[in-house]
Design a protein around this ligand. Sequence first.
Ligand SMILES: Nc1ncnc2c1ncn2[C@@H]1O[C@H](COP(=O)(O)OP(=O)(O)OP(=O)(O)O)[C@@H](O)[C@H]1O
Ligand SMILES: [Mg+2]
Length: 264
Amino acid sequence: MILKGLCGCYIIPGISHDFNNILACILGYNEINTEIISDIKDDVLKAEIENNTKQIASAGQRAVMLIDKMMIYARQDTQTDIINVRPTSEIIEEVLEMLRPALTSRLKLEFDNNLGLPLISVLSKGSNLPTQIEINAIDLHQIITNLAINARDAMKNQIGFIRISLRHVVMSEVHCIACAAIMNGDFIELAVTDNGTGIDPKHIRRIFDPFFTTKPVGEGTGLGLSTTMGLVHSANGHIMIDSDLTGISKGTSFKLLFPVPVIN
Ligand SMILES: Nc1ncnc2c1ncn2[C@@H]1O[C@H](COP(=O)(O)OP(=O)(O)OP(=O)(O)O)[C@@H](O)[C@H]1O
Ligand SMILES: [Mg+2]
């Protein structure tokens, strides 16, 4: 992995250190703005700026935690790894709130939460239905953001939708598109679906390669899906993709399948 190569030569600790300083500056000025807000007389403007500063603070905090994770990885210090599991639907709502300002009014962003609704054959052994994926909250945030931003970019300024959905599914002999593992049984499916351009079949095998991008220079690094794949696999999840270039099913659906947590 790229990260592994960079750890040994102090690049990650160095960048993390400088990045932390920049973040401290951004968050510091944001804090000052938060204090100034009370002087604003226009209530509508005040509410809007209040919301914006809240979003900056929360995105900044996530960046701080991401840097902490990179430092832990660079130190190879698994003992102190941060386990921060939070309700999946809460994290999705947070991502939606963060993404909305980055979308045009032509794009509809939906969350379809069916985790509470069992399929007849799902979880026949257990009476309790788990409603969350066992994954670090920061990782889940990053996964959904990467997939949703890709979905937005695939829309190319057209009218469309991005749908995030959660449900229980039963799989039989399906393959992970990224690692070819075979999946059988009960899973929690987190899907990010769009009605954008679709993925050209000749690209589909390469989209998880680091630095593979079809976006113009300066618009994509090609690291989003390789990072996403790593995070999904480290939570013991796998990935399936449905994608069509034409017709009524035109668009793409990334389906992430996570093991159903055992409830004691
Ligand atoms: N929802 C989607 N619809 C159509 N194509 C997609 C979609 N998601 C990914 N792709 C294709 O996969 C490629 C790789 O995606 P990836 O997220 O790894 O990199 P990127 O989006 O190009 O750049 P970035 O590093 O900014 O994420 C994209 O350039 C695009 O061609
Ligand atoms: Mg991307």
